[in-house]
Design a protein around this ligand. Structure first.
Ligand SMILES: *Cc1c(COP(=O)(O)O)cnc(C)c1O
Length: 419
């Protein structure tokens, strides 16, 4: 592979053209392994950013993609429907909490969030109220497009760069009680105050249930989410659950909302939806939200991406959900969680380590200082694993199919890299 050309011309995520770091050329992937061009096999700790839950090159997913390609890869979704989309939406309606009855298919997680925010704004517009604000918590991550960025942590996403252009929303303190900590009622005080102070301006609360992903890998107490739902109900404010990272079993429940036994008014799904094969996302809404939106002046929901409901992506998503519905994920994720609980606490003794935490198939090591990216990445690759830290966070969320020995390889490599 021409890595020189890659460095000179190909813009990778969050990278500099002035100081382009070397990328590792991957030529194949299978199961939990990524294969480098020189033939080395790396155990994948990232699931390609939460998505490849069943592993790479899965025969059932491959088969679904091939079968669909021979029928049609794409057809417009305006005025046309097709079996892969109908089947997928039926599965999503059945899998998610009962009140969620309408599915809007979109292209990526960020777009699913844009769609959710637009639904909430149109909802209030239809009710004849002007509610231009969203309330969220610090350390959140909802995507890189503008509206999604406007509700993402202001420091992490550098809101200062876009001042005057980016809408300014309301950020409450993030949850402090960890998932396994004793609950402290004071945790929601700031959230509660902000919600009360702006209750007439707020269209919706948007939050990642239980696990805050790219904004800090924080795993919080279900009671926080329960309280958020109660407060939204009390003030008649919509609740948007961004399950893009947490959905489809990652936290040990099919959806993280289940840890708190709540149901949102709008739910965003993405990442693992196609088992990591293709980009596809979905925004689900209750019948009340959908019908209110469509009862307004516009008479419909004002959104429609060109590649909406892409049949190829829907077909693969259906196959991926069928694998999930066989329910092996529960045992797999539980086994990963138990092994993380056994192996991560030992890392806490290292000087560099500030804290460790885990839930389901997510393991996090937070450091006192940011990692030196180039050298730590090299150490991981030299030790046969693919782990990509950011800032002070070294974290893993492997494919659910990872076995005990492969998971040990991941945690040992973290140990070696931090020693
Ligand atoms: C990744 C992510 C997004 C954005 O999804 P993209 O597909 O990258 O646009 C939104 N919300 C959460 C919680 C995410 O983890």
């Amino acid at each position: 592979m021409d890595l020189e050309f890659d460095q000179q011309h190909v813009w990778h995520p969050y990278t500099s053209t002035l100081h382009p770091l070397r990328c590792y050329p991957v030529t194949q992937a299978s199961g939990v392994h990524l294969q480098l061009e020189d033939g080395r096999q790396l155990v994948d700790g990232m699931s390609s950013w939460w998505s490849a839950i069943h592993g790479y090159n899965h025969p059932t997913l491959n088969e679904a993609a091939k079968a669909q390609i021979d029928k049609m890869s794409h057809v417009m979704f305006g005025g046309i429907t097709h079996q892969p989309a109908v089947e997928l939406c039926r599965k999503l309606v059945n899998m998610t909490p009962d009140p969620l009855q309408h599915v809007f298919l979109a292209d990526s997680g960020s777009v699913a969030v844009e769609v959710a925010l637009k639904m909430a704004l149109q909802y209030w517009h239809a009710k004849g109220e002007k509610r231009p604000k969203f309330l969220t918590v610090k350390h959140g991550y909802h995507g890189d497009t503008f509206a999604a960025m406007s509700v993402t942590d202001p420091n992490n996403s550098m809101h200062s760069l876009y001042k005057g252009f980016l809408p300014e929303h309301i950020f409450a303190e993030s949850p402090r009680c960890g998932f396994f900590d004793e609950w402290d009622d004071a945790d929601t005080t700031d959230f509660e105050q902000k919600l009360k102070a702006h209750s007439q301006d707020i269209a919706a609360v948007i939050i990642e249930p239980i696990v805050q992903g790219a904004g800090g890998m924080r795993i919080y107490h279900p009671q926080f989410l329960k309280r958020v739902r109660e407060l939204c109900d009390h003030h008649g404010i919509l609740l948007i659950a961004d399950e893009i990272a947490t959905g489809f079993g990652r936290t040990g429940k099919l959806f993280a909302c289940e840890h708190a036994n709540i149901s949102p008014d709008i739910m965003c799904l993405g990442k693992a939806l196609t088992g990591g094969y293709m980009t596809l996302s979905a925004t689900l809404a209750t019948r009340h939200v959908a019908n209110t939106v469509c009862g307004g002046d516009a008479g419909c929901f004002m959104h429609g991406p060109t590649f909406m409901g892409n049949p190829l992506a829907c077909a693969v998503a259906n196959a991926s959900l069928d694998i999930l519905l066989q329910n092996q994920w529960q045992e797999q994720v539980k086994r990963i969680e138990n092994q993380l609980a056994d192996s991560l606490p030992a890392l806490e003794k290292l000087d560099k380590v500030k804290a460790v935490r885990w839930l389901g198939a997510i393991g996090v090591v937070e450091l006192h200082e940011p990692v030196q990216m180039e050298s730590i990445q090299q150490t991981f690759v030299d030790n046969g694993v693919w782990i990509r830290p950011f800032g002070t966070l070294v974290y893993i969320m492997p494919p659910f199919i990872i076995n005990q020995q492969e998971l040990s390889q991941l945690t040992s490599a973290i140990h070696i890299a931090l020693r």
